[in-house]
Ligand binder design. Structure first.
Ligand SMILES: Cc1ncc(COP(=O)(O)O)c(C=O)c1O
Length: 488
């Protein structure tokens, strides 16, 4: 039976009725209805094309024909579970092992990043027989109860922090407690972990694990300072705990130069457990935990079977293998290096031009652009400060879909499918430049200004920044609202 299609307004109304409202939409004021996708492009119900800067799940490109073909062929043949012998799971595990340090060789396949992190927590606790967990501030590790507990990004909005959870500062060298001008921020931030462990010990706690994304993403596309992870691992091991690297967003070559983002920290660092998810199945739910023989043995020794109905099934493994093939055949890591460097270069040039850009950071196709209203004070300029936020304008004016994050929601995040091109990067930079320059050449902008004018007595026409300085709108200077209106 063909799927019934609805007009966009009907889809929205039915969704509001039928789907839990806490499942939020992008662009909630005017959501986009996507009906098909290819590569880095999404198409709405009218055939309008959007450039996807958001999806790090559709890693090798939306609806890649090789993935579809592999999925369909395996679906047509067999899809059982891991209780039967099958070749695809071992072939897949072997291929993944080839990308990892030798000590990480035992795999558990699951269906989501959350399942992977929950299992990592169980493995760490079983192996160490300790309970307490250390996490980075603003971290997000998944939506299960156990992971909300270790995700400050979520638990701060809920009941609060469990007594076994301990939060260390986010090693953000742009606006954190130790910055780029510090002689050794990696060591200094690692020492915050050491101090915290001592504190936990004084109170009678014992560390089972330190959990961290290899590049903290919801924290605002943060690049960990050099030396941080190795030092933290040393302190955590000395306390009898394990280092868990969450590579759910960052793995599979996103950083270009390496297959895994933890490898950016140098050869002397290797996590004890790695969790992976999003890009693995290019949209199909495949995720995984990899660990050492010793940790897996301790988990086995508890005598309880680990069974996951769908995890590691032949279809998931066939898709996972096809994703690895495409990454290699299409040199997507090389593409991430080249296109990522070009995009960063363009954004750096914009930073020289627009004072609102406080920082540009990133590696490969994992890039953040941090907006501030004052460069010296690094005052965050929330992306939704103005009535027409920057990410909305990029969508409305140039059909670029992009998300924001960071503790103040002031970081534009670039984590597009890995087939993103130089031309895509140029379109994005051009569009951001136009939005920040405040070129008043679109109906969207006119209506934005019109709304400000309407609500702000005395503002009667489009103005230059020198005139706007005198105006305060809802307590916010109009200049801040307008994101710096050109050089004069
Ligand atoms: C870093 C990180 N870990 C874990 C998860 C949870 O993954 P999933 O949504 O597949 O359960 C996410 C999801 O956004 C994530 O960003």
């Amino acid at each position: 039976m063909a799927l019934q299609t609805f007009r966009k307004e009907e889809t929205l109304a039915m969704r509001e009725k039928l789907i839990g409202r806490s499942c939020r939409l992008f662009y909630s004021d005017d959501p986009v209805k996507i009906v098909r996708a290819r590569g880095q492009y999404l198409f709405d119900e009218n055939g309008k094309r959007y450039l996807d800067c958001i999806s790090n799940v559709h890693h090798v490109g939306h609806c890649h024909p090789s993935i579809t073909k592999a999925a369909a062929a395996q679906m047509d043949l067999l899809n059982t579970n891991t209780r039967f012998l099958h070749d695809s799971i071992i072939t897949y595990a072997e291929r993944l092992a080839a990308t990892l340090p030798e000590k990480l060789g035992v795999f558990y396949f699951v269906n989501s990043g959350s399942e992977a992190n929950d299992l990592a927590l169980r493995l760490a606790r079983q192996y160490t027989q300790h309970e307490d967990v250390i996490v980075l501030d603003y971290a997000y590790h998944g939506h299960l109860t156990s992971l909300i507990d270790i995700s400050p990004y979520k638990f701060r909005k809920l009941a609060g922090q469990k007594e076994w959870v301990h939060v260390v500062p986010l090693p953000d060298t742009y606006r954190g407690m130790y910055r780029d001008n510090h002689p050794n921020p990696g060591q200094a931030y690692a020492d915050t972990v050491k101090d915290l462990i001592e504190d936990v010990h004084r109170k009678g706690g014992k560390i089972s694990a330190f959990f961290a994304e290899s590049l903290p993403s919801v924290g605002g596309q943060i690049i960990l300072p050099q030396g941080y992870s190795a030092k933290v691992a040393e302190y955590v091991h000395a306390a009898g705990g394990l280092f868990v690297a969450d590579e759910v967003q960052t793995g599979f070559g996103r950083v270009g130069s390496h297959f895994w983002a933890f490898q950016l920290q140098g050869e002397d660092f290797c996590p004890d457990i790695i969790t992976m998810g999003k890009p693995m199945g290019n949209g199909h739910p495949v995720a995984c935990v990899v660990t050492t023989v010793e940790i897996a043995k301790a988990f086995e020794d508890n005598g309880v079977e680990y069974f996951n109905t769908f995890g590691g099934n032949p279809v998931s493994c066939a898709i996972g293998l096809a994703v690895l093939d495409v990454i290699e055949k299409e040199d997507l890591r090389g593409n991430a290096v080249r296109v990522g460097a070009h995009l960063k270069d363009l954004l750096n040039k914009l930073q020289a031009k627009h004072r609102i850009i406080g920082a540009v950071r990133g590696v490969g196709l994992f890039i953040g652009l941090e907006l501030v209203t004052d460069r010296e004070k690094k005052t965050p300029a929330p992306c939704d400060l103005a009535q027409c936020p920057i990410y909305v304008r990029l969508k409305e004016e140039d059909q670029i879909v992009i998300s924001t994050d960071g503790p103040w929601d002031n970081v534009l995040k670039f984590k597009p499918p890995m087939c993103f091109t130089v031309e895509d990067a140029e379109l994005v930079a051009k569009s951001i430049d136009r939005v920040l320059t405040g070129q008043l050449n679109t109906p969207v902008l006119y209506s934005w200004y019109y709304r400000i004018n309407e609500e702000t007595p005395g503002v009667t026409s489009l103005m230059r920044s020198s005139q706007l300085e005198a105006i305060v709108f809802k307590g916010i200077p109009a200049t801040a609202l307008c994101y710096h209106m050109g050089e004069d």
